[in-house]
Each structure stands twice: as structure tokens, then as C-alpha cells.
Design a binder for this molecule. Structure first.
Ligand SMILES: NC(=O)c1ccc[n+]([C@@H]2O[C@H](COP(=O)([O-])OP(=O)(O)OC[C@H]3O[C@@H](n4cnc5c(N)ncnc54)[C@H](O)[C@@H]3O)[C@@H](O)[C@H]2O)c1
Length: 354
């Protein structure tokens, strides 16, 4: 097993999970980069990381050794950091969303092909134990054909980083549609990533300017100009559909993070138990209904997906979120925004080719 060396870019909230995931699975974090050098230094010193820098350019011209770049920066910077890293001959493990839109994602995918380096996005919910079990049953044919999925990640008071980059469209690309993209990715993954035909969506900005819906997380005073909720219907060329609902602020009982599937042989529902993020509930509806609870890595699969990525780099056959799927996903995200703005159904391929 190779001992891979990793450079983490962005020393904020999610960087800690990346650090723990890589170390847990046998890699060494050798460098960290943060615009604010004091943050990079503190992150490095607290964890015994040898090098710290304030920019990608500094990292790339340094003598730090690394094979993998782990991207933990705001969404608007994913594309540039990924492309620089791939061109420098590094594999890339990037946070979600892949980029700001499908066009940027395509550039990243093409660069990964050109350089023959891996480009993986952190769709960590696929690595949750309940999700792995559900996918296994689907692959074994136990559900039959999946006709439809309802994908839902909704929150009552969950606006992240109010006034910072998360709530600023120019830096984030959007609100919950692009931030809580995990359940839509998981639904598409369970369906085998079919080709989308139309999207009809409505986005809402109710409560988005109310810091009371951010659980006290007011971090800056950038313009708050993203949606607070979105309800969207996606139809596929093969006649199936996904209804996707994502919100940071809606009048609901409590946060819900789940996908509900209807197949020709069985139905199922996979829920992250919100009071205990370590646990997944997998309900299975066929004859006698069953429900099983699965333990995850405590971080919604974040640590386990990194382990799977390292295994794949070592040549083991592991099903990872592939970059082409990320492009398909981002075309749908673009279509959700376009439909909500135009208030009409959007043909996904026509939008991308326009
Ligand atoms: N997979 C998940 O479950 C999950 C959860 C939370 C966040 N995320 C994603 O992780 C990414 C980061 O989110 P976060 O919550 O850690 O944000 P954060 O604001 O806490 O941290 C981002 C850090 O990056 C630094 N930074 C910004 N631009 C930079 C650049 N060009 N070069 C170097 N450093 C830069 C900032 O100073 C900050 O320290 C986002 O893409 C977000 O969507 C994913």
C-alpha cells in the first residue's frame, strides 16, 4: 500500500474532516494552504504538518512533496485549484459542489482526462453504510427497476455562514440547491445516473435575509443573495423522475435528509437519523416491511470515502463518484436555476449546448 502525501487547500471547517480521513486511512498530510497565512500556520502547527503556504502558486513552487491535492475552499475556487493541481501532475479530491456550474465542471473533467490524473468529488453520502447496503440490494436486482425517487434535504434553521461566502451567489454559486446537493447525487447514483430531459423548478428566498435562521452563524456582511429553498421535478429520457427538495430555512418539524425510492419489485427509504449523524435508517417495503439501522463513520461517510479514494489510487476496484457523473449533476443544477428564473420547464441538453 503506497503511503500517499496530501496537500490540503483551505484550512476552514471541512479541512478537519479531510485531515482526519487521510490520516485515518494511512496517508500523510504534508502541506496546508490558506489565503490567510495565520490560519494555515495554526492548522499546520496543531497537527504537526510540515509546510504551510498562503497560495497555490507558493505550494507548487515549493519543495513540499505531495501526490494528492485536497480542495476545501469555497465553491468559486474549486475549478482553478483543481486545474492547477492536475496540470502539476497531482490527483484531486475536491469538495462538493464540483464547481459553480456545468461549464466549469466540464473544464475540470477535460483536464483530468488530458493529464490522466484522478478527479474525485466528495459525494460522501454514497459511502454511508446504509447507502452502500441500499446500492448493493439495487445492484442485486432486489428493487427491480427504479421508477422514481423523492430526494430531500430540508432544514428549518440551517442557513450556513450567514453573510459569508455560503450566502453570496458570486462565491457559492447558490444556496441549498448547490450546497445540499448530496441527496440529489445519491438519488441519481441509485438510479444509475440516467440522462435528464426536463427540469421544472421553483426557488424561494423566504427567510433568507433573517439571521435567526442561521443558528447564530453570522460570519460577515457580504450580500445575501441566494435561494433559501427549492422544489424541483427532474424527468429523464427513459421516462423516470426525481422530485428534489432542498432548503436551509423552511417551516418544517425538523431537519430531514432522506431519499425515498419506488421500484417495480420493492420500495425503500434511506434516512440519516438527524439526532445521531452516525446512523442511517434503511426501510425496505416488500411483503413484510423491514427496517435496519446502519452505523456510519460519524461524518456522513466523509472519512470512509477518502479511504475508498486511497484504495482506488492503489489499484483496488472501488466504485467512486466519477467526474462524468458530476458533470451530469451540474447540468441538472444549472437547469434548476434556469427553470426557477424563467418559470418554465427547461430542456437540460439544450440549456447546456446553448
Ligand atoms: N462534504 C460535505 O459534507 C461538506 C460540508 C461542509 C462544507 N463542504 C464544502 O467544503 C468547502 C469549504 O467549506 P467550509 O465550510 O470548510 O468553508 P470555510 O469557510 O470554513 O473554509 C474555507 C477556507 O478556505 C480559505 N480560502 C478561501 N479561498 C482560498 C483559496 N483560493 N486558497 C486557499 N484558501 C482559501 C478560507 O480562508 C477558509 O479558511 C465548500 O466547497 C463546501 O461546499 C462540504
Amino acid at each position: 500500500m503506497n503511503k500517499f502525501k496530501v496537500a490540503i487547500i483551505g484550512a476552514g471547517h471541512i479541512a478537519e474532516s479531510h485531515y482526519r480521513g487521510f490520516v485515518l486511512h494511512g496517508a500523510e498530510v504534508t502541506a496546508v494552504v490558506n489565503h490567510n497565512i495565520a490560519k494555515a500556520e495554526a492548522f499546520a502547527k496543531e497537527r504537526g504538518i510540515k509546510h504551510f503556504y498562503s497560495s497555490m502558486e507558493e505550494l507548487l513552487s515549493s519543495d513540499a512533496e505531495f501526490d494528492i491535492v485536497s480542495i476545501c475552499t469555497p465553491n468559486s475556487s474549486h475549478k482553478d485549484i483543481a486545474i492547477k493541481s492536475l496540470r502539476a501532475g497531482k490527483h484531486v479530491y475536491s469538495e462538493k459542489p464540483p464547481a459553480m456550474n456545468a461549464k466549469e465542471t466540464l473544464e475540470m473533467v477535460e483536464e483530468s482526462k488530458k493529464t490522466d490524473k484522478k478527479l474525485i468529488f466528495a459525494f460522501n453520502n454514497r459511502a454511508r453504510k446504509g447507502a452502500l447496503e441500499l446500492k448493493k440490494r439495487i445492484d442485486e436486482g432486489k428493487m427491480g427497476d427504479i421508477n422514481s425517487i423523492q430526494s430531500e434535504w430540508v432544514r428549518r434553521e440551517g442557513i450556513p455562514g450567514f453573510g459569508g461566502w455560503f450566502t453570496n451567489k458570486e462565491l457559492s454559486g447558490g444556496g441549498p440547491v448547490i450546497d445540499l446537493v448530496h441527496m440529489l447525487d445519491l438519488s441519481l447514483y441509485m438510479m444509475g445516473y440516467p440522462e435528464a430531459e426536463y427540469v421544472l423548478a421553483s426557488n424561494f428566498d423566504t427567510f433568507i435575509d433573517n439571521p435567526d435562521f442561521s443558528r447564530g452563524q453570522v460570519v460577515g456582511n457580504l450580500p445575501v443573495n441566494v435561494e433559501s429553498a427549492s422544489h424541483a421535478m427532474i424527468t429523464f429520457k427513459d421516462g423516470r423522475n426525481i422530485f428534489s427538495r432542498a432548503s436551509w430555512a423552511e417551516m418544517i418539524e425538523e431537519e430531514n435528509c432522506a431519499i425515498t425510492l419506488q421500484g417495480t419489485k420493492a420500495g425503500a427509504k434511506l434516512t440519516r437519523i438527524s439526532r445521531d449523524k452516525k446512523k442511517d435508517l434503511l426501510e425496505w417495503y416488500e411483503g413484510e416491511n423491514t427496517s435496519d439501522v446502519y452505523d456510519s463513520d460519524g461524518e456522513m461517510g466523509r472519512l470512509d470515502l477518502i479511504g475508498m479514494f486511497l484504495k482506488a489510487l492503489n489499484g483496488e476496484c472501488v466504485a467512486l463518484p466519477d467526474a462524468e457523473q458530476a458533470l451530469t449533476l451540474m447540468k441538472i443544477i444549472d437547469a434548476i436555476y434556469a427553470s426557477a428564473q424563467a418559470k418554465t420547464p427547461i430542456n437540460v441538453s439544450e440549456l447546456f449546448n446553448s
